[in-house]
Structures are given as structure tokens and as C-alpha cells.
Design a protein around this ligand. Structure first.
Ligand SMILES: *Cc1c(COP(=O)(O)O)cnc(C)c1O
Ligand SMILES: [Zn+2]
Length: 402
């Protein structure tokens, strides 16, 4: 299908084969646009094969798939009832091959890189994106460059190193590294699938596509997303917009962007009705996966929120940890960033913004086991007994405290 890249701010167009991340005029992010979209969804195959009509790739290389996407939409069975909400769902992205939604965008970005003839890929990250790009780079047999900043502890690097990428520690400002990576990529023929690269954003569309299918094409009222660079938010909204323009659904949910109090450039700009994000000095939150102090897609998220009628808000680290425990009661273990939507939901129910009849989907972006230190604060309620006392000890638990 015919595809161009268009600047999200000034509308300047670029050819599909120009592997750019940003507009050379206004430096805002680009996105893929297509001609008329066909309402065609296949039953079988990877996410890109199933939704092929919404992508510009001729043939998709299925051998590069690790089984990303196709995650469950799990109806709440505890909290919805407790809070009086009829239809509360968790889109459980922890069940991806490297335990976060990043795998969708990585798979899509690699298809793009390969379609342009690249043999090298890379990213700038120390977290979920690094692990995802390293895993898919290995699977695809591409030389893979992961750039990390100098202060990174070994225990964060090892779960990336296991996939065998070229790991490069770089001294200096992390933000300059993003731009410098693009220059190095141009020079050495490396396609950097960074946070809001157009074809990473295209991968996130499939979250929306799947939610539509799983709700039998009845769109939810709200989709609540933890936001850092803004790439995933943009992709999910674009997915709903494209399904609507293809005639598969007849409305668009309101999107709610959640950020952490200690790093909330988008939510702050939203509340003050500014059109541009401002860089946050000294970001600090337990939710490291949403700690981008100057989000590259921040301005575009603000533009889209205005048009969509959605909302951006912040939650505290305390609320996030509380939400992590609450989500455990549903059988789902999210990392702190992934629990921010539940923290926001709790608040928005208590202040009356969300209503009992609303259909609400929370995007649980990444798995809790990736950040085991987030449980350091927990008191573990363990019962101790000797072997001889075991039967009695269990009996006491069953009878409850007298
Ligand atoms: C990357 C990430 C986010 C933020 O996504 P953006 O596209 O950068 O806004 C949220 N949660 C988790 C777990 C992530 O890995
Ligand atoms: Zn532009």
C-alpha cells in the first residue's frame, strides 16, 4: 500500500523510503499516512500479517516474529465490583516476548528496516526497549547496537546482554545521545528504532486493533495509558482512528495519559493549557519507564489530546505502589509504570470523572518481574511453623482470627 511520512505539526511530507524520525523543518515527529484503508483483518499469523491492510509492507517476514502481541484483554473480577464499575479491563502487555508492549513496535520497526535494506539496527535505552531491540535483532540476525548511558548498573545491562547485542556505554547527556545516535546511524547505516520512531508507533496501533476485536468492535469509552515519550499513546490513538476510517468501528474512545508526579512534562503542559512541553529538571519517580523529562512526542500528544477530548494527569509514587498491590489482587503483576493507569483509575472513580457504566481499558505496559526492587517496601505476611505444627497452622488460617 502507498505510504508517506508526514510531519505531525507542519504537514511536510517525506517519502516512505526516507528513514527519518523527525521533520527537518520543525523537528517534530513524523508519522506514516496511507491512502484509503480497507477493512480487512486476517485470522492467522503475526500482528503485521493479520493487520496487513494497515501497513505498507509487501510481504511480512514471519520468521522474525517472537510471538508479539495477541495479548489478552482481561476483565476485572475484583476491583471493578469493589469500585462499582461494570466494565473494567486490563490489556495485559506483560505477556509479550520480552515482557513489554515494546515488542510490537520493535517487530514493526525491524520490518521497515529490512524493507529498506538495512542490516544494522539500534536503540538508545536501558530498559524495556533495549531488551526488546536486542532480542529481535538477535532473532533477525541483524547487527544490533544498544547505546546506554555511563552510569548504568551491571544488573540492568545483563538482561539485555543475554541477547548478544553490541552494547556501548556513552558518557554524557542522555538526551544528546538520542540525536547523536541518529547521526551515527546515518553514517553507518544503522536504523535506530528509538522511542517514537514512526514505525515503532505503527506497531502500537495493534494494541487498539486487538482491543476492538476483543470487545467485538464496540469501542470502549476510555483507554488509559502510561506515557513517557508519547510514542505508544500516539500509536494506540492512531489505531482507533484507522479502524474508524476503515469502517470497522464507529467511534473513538477518549484517551487518558498518565504520568508520574516526579516527571510529568505532558500532564503539566496539559493542565496549564500550554501547547509545548517544557523540559523537567531532576526527574524522579519509581516508574522509571515513564521518566522521560523531555518527551520527543510530547507536543503531538498535547495536540491529539485536545482533538480527542481526553485528559492527562499525574499520580504519585505512593499511588503507583498502592495500585501495584491492587493489581496483584487481579492476578496481574505490573512494573511501576504499568500500574500508573490503575492508580489514575482509582482517583478518577473517586472524583466522579469515571462513571459506573463506562467501559474502561487500562494498558498494562510491562511486567513486574523486570523491576523486582519495586517490592522492597512490602512487608511480607509470612506464617512460620514447624512441620509438626503445619496442620494446625493452616487450620488457624482457615478459621480466621478468633
Ligand atoms: C516504554 C514504556 C512506557 C512509555 O511508553 P512511551 O511510548 O515512551 O510513551 C510505559 N510503560 C512501560 C512499561 C514502558 O516500557
Ligand atoms: Zn514539520
Amino acid at each position: 500500500m502507498e505510504c508517506q511520512l508526514i510531519c505531525t505539526q507542519c504537514g511536510k511530507r517525506y517519502a516512505f523510503g526516507e528513514p527519518r524520525l523527525r521533520c527537518d523543518g520543525c523537528r517534530e515527529p513524523l508519522e506514516a499516512i496511507y491512502g484509503a484503508l480497507r477493512a480487512e483483518v486476517k485470522d492467522q499469523g503475526s500482528i503485521l500479517r493479520r493487520f496487513k491492510a494497515f501497513y505498507p509492507f509487501g510481504e511480512v517476514s514471519e520468521t522474525m516474529s517472537l510471538g508479539e502481541g495477541a495479548t489478552p484483554l482481561i476483565p476485572s473480577s475484583v476491583l471493578g465490583r469493589r469500585w462499582g464499575i461494570d466494565a473494567l479491563y486490563f490489556k495485559d502487555e506483560t505477556q509479550n516476548p520480552t515482557w513489554s508492549f515494546k515488542d510490537r513496535g520493535t517487530f514493526c520497526g525491524i520490518q521497515y528496516a529490512i524493507s529498506l535494506g538495512y542490516e544494522r539496527i539500534g536503540t538508545v535505552s536501558t530498559g524495556n526497549m533495549a531488551a526488546s531491540v536486542a532480542a529481535y535483532g538477535a532473532k533477525a540476525g541483524l547487527a544490533t547496537f544498544i547505546l546506554v548511558s555511563a552510569g548504568i548498573p551491571a544488573e540492568k545491562i545483563k538482561p539485555i546482554a543475554v541477547y548478544g547485542p553490541h552494547l556501548i556505554r556513552v558518557e554524557g547527556d542522555y538526551h544528546e545521545l538520542y540525536d547523536e545516535s541518529l547521526r551515527a546511524g546515518d553514517r553507518h547505516g544503522i536504523y535506530f528504532i528509538n522511542s517514537d520512531a514512526p514505525f515503532r508507533v505503527e506497531g502500537s496501533k495493534t494494541i487498539a486493533f486487538e482491543i476492538c476485536e476483543q470487545l467485538h468492535f464496540q469501542v470502549p469509552d476510555y483507554v488509559i495509558i502510561p506515557v513517557s515519550s508519547g510514542g505508544n499513546f500516539r500509536g494506540i490513538l492512531k489505531g482507533f482512528e484507522e479502524f474508524k476510517s476503515a469502517g470497522l468501528i464507529n467511534g473513538i474512545p477518549k484517551l487518558i495519559a498518565v504520568q508520574a508526579e516526579g516527571c510529568a512534562p505532558i500532564a503539566e503542559a496539559f493542565e496549564r493549557r500550554r501547547e509545548k512541553v517544557r523540559r523537567v529538571r531532576n526527574p524522579k519517580t519509581i516508574a522509571r519507564a515513564i521518566e522521560n523529562p523531555y518527551p520527543p512526542s510530547g507536543n503531538q500528544v498535547l495536540r491529539k489530546l485536545k482533538e480527542n477530548g481526553g485528559l492527562a494527569l499525574t499520580v504519585s509514587d505512593e499511588e503507583i505502589l498502592d495500585a501495584q498491590n491492587l493489581m496483584g489482587q487481579e492476578g496481574i503483576f505490573g512494573q511501576p509504570a504499568a500500574c500508573a493507569p490503575l492508580a489514575a483509575t482509582k482517583r478518577l472513580i473517586s472524583n466522579g470523572y469515571l462513571k459506573p457504566r463506562d467501559r474502561i481499558v487500562l494498558v498494562i505496559t510491562g511486567a513486574g518481574l523486570k523491576v523486582p526492587s519495586s517490592l522492597n517496601h512490602l512487608d511480607v505476611p509470612v506464617i512460620s511453623t514447624s512441620i509438626g505444627g503445619l496442620t494446625e497452622a493452616i487450620g488457624k488460617v482457615i478459621e480466621g482470627p478468633c
